[in-house]
Design a protein around this ligand. Structure first.
Ligand SMILES: Cc1cc2nc3c(=O)[nH]c(=O)nc-3n(C[C@H](O)[C@H](O)[C@H](O)COP(=O)(O)O)c2cc1C
Length: 183
């Protein structure tokens, strides 16, 4: 099972979370501002946890960092998430916008938790001109999207398709990983 934990101030990160879930063929979507006991149970049971936060001031939004710190106690010490798969995504209003820092922050959290990071593997245009819009920000450490300025409720179709493909990759990875789980 895949769990997607995200924070979204104005809705863009939430759109990406839903597209990843769609590509994965279903996932437990968790808004970290309204955590329930069931959400923590789902995270602890998940084969893969996908972390999503908008880039605010050059890194992950503080509200998501609060969730990461909450999740670490006591799981960092107990190793409760060790060897789970992890992935990450972010969105910002600039093509760069220092989104890479946000994805490094998420992958560093995963590393500290002993998780196995699954990056973004899609190559689009200009390398493959027949794939316009796919991974248009050229990010492989995780999924990046760029906000369509002035629009709160839409994202670029290429970014959404890239998110679906990332979800499919995470789901395939989770299936393979679960098959090889130790007894
Ligand atoms: C406090 C704040 C800080 C931001 N910092 C950045 C930034 O460093 N780089 C950038 O490109 N966009 C930045 N933005 C724009 C957001 O990343 C962008 O609007 C994004 O789509 C928001 O996602 P959300 O709708 O899920 O909150 C910032 C927005 C806010 C509110």
């Amino acid at each position: 099972m895949i769990a997607i934990a995200y924070f979204s101030g104005a809705g863009h990160t939430a759109l990406l979370a839903r597209a990843i879930a769609e590509g994965a063929g279903g996932a437990h979507l968790i808004d970290v501002t309204a955590m329930t006991a069931e959400d923590w149970t789902a995270l602890d049971a998940a084969t893969a946890i996908v972390l999503g936060a908008p880039t605010y001031m050059g890194s992950t939004a503080a509200r998501f960092d609060l969730f990461l710190e909450q999740a670490s106690d006591p799981r960092w010490e107990t190793g409760a998430w060790r060897d789970k798969l992890a992935g990450g995504f972010t969105v910002a209003c600039h093509g760069s916008g220092d989104k890479g820092v946000a994805l490094q922050r998420l992958s560093t959290f995963a590393a500290q938790m002993g998780m196995i990071w699954v990056g973004q593997s899609e190559i689009g245009a200009p390398v493959y001109p027949d794939r316009p819009g796919i991974n248009r920000d050229g990010s492989w450490i995780g999924l990046m999207a760029t906000q369509v300025i002035g629009e709160a409720d839409i994202l670029d179709t290429g970014d959404l398709e890239t998110a679906r493909l990332y979800g499919a990759r995470l789901a395939a990875s989770a299936r393979r990983w679960a098959m090889g789980a130790p007894d």
